[in-house]
Design a protein around this ligand. Structure first.
Ligand code: ZN
Ligand code: FE
Ligand code: FE
Ligand code: ZN
Length: 272
């Protein structure tokens, strides 16, 4: 059974050039499923045309916000619609992150690592680059970048926290360096008191697993780290995708709450 009280906080709009459907289409699906709360979190603009084909442009922020506001009005009796951004963390970009963070009174900001240095490791166009990589080293570099993103202080939610596995390149999770990098990341999340996203997006990717993997999830639960749910929907039909599976995994780890955000204030919702 779908837990209709669980908010789905990760969905996109066509402004990022790789999603379909208006905000009202996503909202309509949520209403049909009986879900009470969603959040739109499209890919943020970046400066100087960086990675422009995979994200909205800076001058689209206003129409993005207007569209969410219009859907909010239209569905106000059935659905809460929150608004945020999926912000890319790349080192030395803090002035840009500050500018986006200050642009609007967001409900939450998701921090995502899609780049290790200038390597877009989760982009199919750069899949070949994996051939020259040591997988364990790539995982360590990835988790260290996530740790840095957590410590930057810009984010409320850490998106798809082991995205590095997307194409099913599997590190040895018992490798000392990999294990330590994951642990550093979780300790940083705990220290910064931010939420970790449990994301069903990985189920739709070659890895065919929820982000984060079961052991990482169990350790996060042990540290009492708060969780948010995200489908990372890039089409209305993906709203709440895999939610039951994610909630089952949380339940198996003894997690009894999921978190909601409004104007960057976090609140626990009971899963029982
Ligand atoms: Zn996307
Ligand atoms: Fe992402
Ligand atoms: Fe996303
Ligand atoms: Zn994403």
């Amino acid at each position: 059974m779908l837990l209709t009280t669980v908010p789905d906080y990760h969905m996109h709009t066509p402004r990022c050039n790789h999603a379909i459907g208006d905000v009202s289409d996503y909202a309509q699906v949520a209403v049909q499923l009986g879900i009470k709360e969603i959040g739109i979190s499209d890919h943020c603009p970046m400066p100087n045309g960086f990675d422009a084909e995979w994200r909205m442009a800076y001058d689209q922020l206003d129409c993005y916000l207007d569209e969410v506001e219009a859907a909010r009005t239209r569905f106000s009796s059935d659905l809460k619609i929150r608004v945020g951004l999926e912000l890319d963390y790349v080192p030395h970009h803090n002035a840009w992150l500050q500018k986006l963070s200050d642009y609007y009174d967001w409900d939450y900001l998701i921090g995502s690592v899609h780049f290790i240095g200038d390597w877009a490791f989760d982009n199919e166009d750069y899949l070949e680059d994996w051939q020259n990589k040591n997988i364990n080293d790539a995982y360590v570099a990835y988790f260290d970048t996530v740790t840095e993103s957590v410590q930057s202080g810009f984010f409320d939610i850490i998106g798809h926290p082991d995205l590095i596995k997307k194409f099913a390149h599997r590190a040895d999770l018992d490798n000392t360096a990999v294990h330590a990098a994951q642990e550093r990341m979780l300790q940083a999340v705990k220290q910064a008191d931010v939420a970790l996203e449990i994301s069903s997006a990985g189920l739709r990717k070659p890895v065919a697993e929820v982000y984060p993997h079961a052991r990482l999830l169990a350790r996060a639960a042990e540290l009492d780290i708060p969780f948010c749910f995200g489908s990372d929907a890039h089409a209305p039909g993906e709203v709440a995708y895999g939610m039951e599976r994610c909630m089952q995994m949380l339940d198996m780890c003894g997690v009894t709450s999921i978190h909601a955000f409004e104007k960057r204030q976090r609140r626990a919702l009971s899963l029982r």
